[in-house]
Design a protein around this ligand. Sequence first.
Ligand code: GLU
Length: 465
Amino acid sequence: MSVVTRFAPSPTGFLHIGGARTALFNYLFARHHGGRFLLRIENTDSKRSTDEAIAAILHGMRWLGLDWDGEETYQSCNADHHRTVAEQLVADGKAYKCYCTPEELVEMRENARNSSGATRIYDNRWRDRDPSEAPTDIDPVIRIKMPLNGETTIADAVQGDVTKANNTLDDFIILRSDGTPTYMLAVVVDDHDMGVTHAIRGDDHLNNAFRQHHLFAACGWDTPVFAHIPLIHGPDGAKLSKRHGALGVEAYEEMGLLPEAMCNYLLRLGWSHGDDEIISREQAVEWFDLADVGRSPARFDMDKLMNLNAHYLKSADPARLTAIVMAAVTGTTVSPDAENRLIAGMPGLASRAKTTNELVDFASFYIVDAPIKMNDKARASLCDPVAGEMLSTLAELLKKATSWDEAELDGIARRFAESRGLKLGKVAQPLRAALTGSNVSPSIFEVMVVLGPDETLTRLENAVS
Ligand code: GLU
């Protein structure tokens, strides 16, 4: 059997963390088994679905590198087919038309609430009634016949066997009175049509699985393997919500996270492979299976995500990070040397940043030519009259450097500090301020090498004057 999975978001909001993780698991499971990963936009709720949400979902999927096979499907396009299936089920005696008025349904709800032990709300009023009794002034809904007795067991690939008594399953509506399919019908028909073999989704859908299982059976179709993954919780153990910082995926992109860090983090939320924490996409595809998905909810931890991002920043290709920084500074007057400096200086910058936004900030002194902006601390360390004299003497010594590399520059500064009876730090502080406009930076000798002699000396002269 060739594996087919799908991610089936309802475009009523942005692609949130939980949805992104569901998409990732479906993607990895399909790729691991050499199968297909499909994307189905479940936009049947026309009042709540928006084009903006669809665009955000597609963008988020692409950003995370979760490429789906073929074109995405839009569920609303299949509504006629859903209707035909519902009508066929009526013709086969597996479903029936129900003509209950809203008042009758309210009454049933109340009866169910008042009678202890009642497990169904709908009292099957039209299940076996003669259709000739149908009122002419009411548009019926179509309900599916659920088994009246016994129990249903779902062999869930994550949760194990889960059993439910059939007397808790109402004859639910599959087609509304206006002829539109319900979510339950649309999902089942589309999963069948798309050849879905494994439905991996949040465990908030576990209850639906029992109903969907009977709908698949009524249609004469195999039920896909269900895999219900525990929802993500916040650090306090409560279901993840906005309060915990659960934002749309695009918010993490804007925060300056790298997609590979995000994917690695989401993967470890509920799935594990021994003690491995840093897992590449290739390794994830090789290792991912449903057997290693945990049964208890994972907790979202922003600090862990940030640390993982810092790790990926350190190992990212300098040219790629340079492109990210350059794209972020359009509109600023950049030095013609900015790109070369960034590529050369990137390891020193990236090892200090947790996000690409921070990286852009740290990199600012490489992007422009003198005169550079100074922060308050840098300005203060340059206002000291001794600093000015030190920097101008040091500049003279640097002009005589035999080669412009870190060891030579370090030696010049050290010998100068010693000649004044100072620690190197006392010299490095105003030097750093003059060259970077800040009191924190990569190694100051690395900065000098990246800037080159001309720009270094110009910055020193500016600082002195
Ligand atoms: N559209 C549903 C949702 O966004 C998912 C349906 C499914 O995975 O079966 O929650």
